[in-house]
Design a binder for this molecule. Sequence first.
Ligand code: PLP
Length: 453
Amino acid sequence: MKTIPYKTYLSEQQMPDAWQNLRADMPHCPPILHPGTLQPVTLDDLSHVFVEELAKQELSTEKFISIPGEVMDFYRMIRPSPLVRAYALEKALGTPARIYYKFEGTNTSGSHKLNSAVPQAYYAKQQGLTSLTTETGAGQWGTAMSMACVYYGIDLSVYMVKISSQQKPYRKAVMETYGASVTPSPSNTTNAGRAALAENPDTQGSLGNAISEALEAAMTRDNCRYVLGSVLQHVLLHQSVIGLEARAAMDSLEEYPDVVIGCAGGGSNLGGLIVTYAADKLAGKASPEIIAVEPASCPSLTRGKFAYDFGDVAKTTPLIKMYTLGSGFKPHANHAGGLRYHGMNTSLSQLYDDGLLHAKAVTQRSVFDAAITFARTEGTLPAPESAHAIRAAIDEALACKESGESKCILFGLSGTGYFDMQAYQDYLSGAMDDNIPGEETLQSGFASLPQIG
Ligand SMILES: *Cc1c(COP(=O)(O)O)cnc(C)c1O
């Protein structure tokens, strides 16, 4: 084997110029249904809500979709991202495992979200749209979208989950710096927001409800569409740049991972990271273990149901078959805001159902314990979401120490934690708890599932 450098960067010429579609290798992936007719949605159905090119990608079964030149231009400003060998972490753990991570937090938005925000804003511009609406939970997606929209000259309205806007006031300031208008959700500016406030005036908001507000706003404005930063197939498609770059870098080191790990909220960074390895697995060419890591407080894969569900609380989206806790599930206000969604991308849900993807739920304090070990060894301050993947990677590496196996572990470090210092402080001061929903909470979420034959 070659001597492995700490960091491996591709050159700009080696950056992928086409996205890879995981769905192309999964003909059995369940279609999105129209909630009225219960028939598979058409391009026309989706184009009322979504940017048309994104709607096309949502339905596409093409394996490769070329990345437009103007998107490549933006990608070149922020990519490639580094693949890092975690020598210091390995040493601290005393493990024979080789640990690599693909770090997506080097851009100002601080996460992988910009990889999808850029093409989404670009295609909106191409269509002649003048504004977009979206929601943001932890704030990363809203930040990424505001950066992309200002670049392509599109107005952006962001509905930000109220608890997050309180926990992270500077996120709002960053979005406003990039020209977006930010409304804490639920708000009294939409029917969906007013309904949520009427039901519970003290509500801290939820991602599902913010989606309802953003959708409603998009439908009532001219020349406007709604964009989403996770869960959907076109978002996974864009995030394949993570996995394509990681694969090229790993190949150049003559490394093939035994284990690939990512945190999973709606599944986009994980789906992007694993794209080529999952394709190998589906083709029977190799069998790397693929692990999705989710919070024990919002366990859509490990405790959810594989069922058709709505993407939002107001039940206005098309129906997606996914592992879900029900759109009415109310997750505890844990500190990994990006992992607080009730469902999971369809392709990943299907892979999990097929036994090709494993899932692991981890508790909040064990995640922060891993985050701090990582920060103190590798030097990079991880986002709480990303630290879920670190937790699982460390556990794998410690298992190798027990067994003496020298596995190759690749994980996705989806972002940095600069805006999450309240969470770190809570952990360090002992004020953080582990919240695991009881059966009753889960049952009340499942009760919100639509009854579909
Ligand atoms: C949004 C976010 C996630 C979760 O979203 P996925 O679609 O599951 O990737 C994870 N990490 C970070 C840093 C995020 O911003």
